[in-house]
Design a protein around this ligand. Structure first.
Ligand code: DAT
Ligand code: MG
Length: 133
């Protein structure tokens, strides 16, 4: 079984679609192995998105991600990383496929409702970032 890190971002929490997204997660066959609701500090958001440091959207992204509560989840399933990315859809909600979470609940390329890891090494790093044992 593979694990991935998912985040329900502040825009989706404010929109009150946490329940709908959790339902979708369960319907997609994921097991929730960790879950925490919290408001990230700016530094925590900057650390999490360190791979994007230097990009033009880094400041704005980390401001947004620390602007309100998020729900952080470790999800387990066969092919969890790929399956969660397919469930989320493309980064830009405007081009994400019908039926994906970003298409359903995203507002813009930055305020796109959910996060998902992109590879096995990043999934491990991201899960450890929030759920270090
Ligand atoms: P993804 O979240 O689909 O893995 P990413 O890793 O390229 O996408 O970027 C991380 C987040 O950064 C993304 O969810 C939203 C934000 N972002 C990416 N590209 C952006 C852009 N061109 N303008 C504003 N925000 C952007
Ligand atoms: Mg990414």
């Amino acid at each position: 079984m593979e694990k991935t890190l998912a985040i329900i971002k502040p825009d989706a929490v404010k929109k009150r679609v946490v329940g709908k997204i959790l339902t979708r997660i369960e319907e997609e066959g994921f097991e929730v192995s960790e879950m925490e609701m919290k408001k990230m500090t700016k530094d925590e958001a900057k650390g999490f998105y360190i791979v994007h440091k230097g990009k033009p959207f880094y400041e704005s992204l980390t401001d947004f991600m620390s602007s309100g509560k998020v729900v952080i989840l470790a999800l387990e399933r066969e092919n969890a990383i790929r399956h969660w990315r397919l469930t989320m859809g493309a980064t830009d909600p405007a081009v994400a496929t019908e039926g994906t979470l970003r298409r359903q609940y995203g507002f813009s390329v930055e305020r796109n409702a959910v996060h998902g890891s992109d590879a096995q090494e990043t999934a491990e790093w991201e899960i450890n970032y929030f759920f270090k044992k």
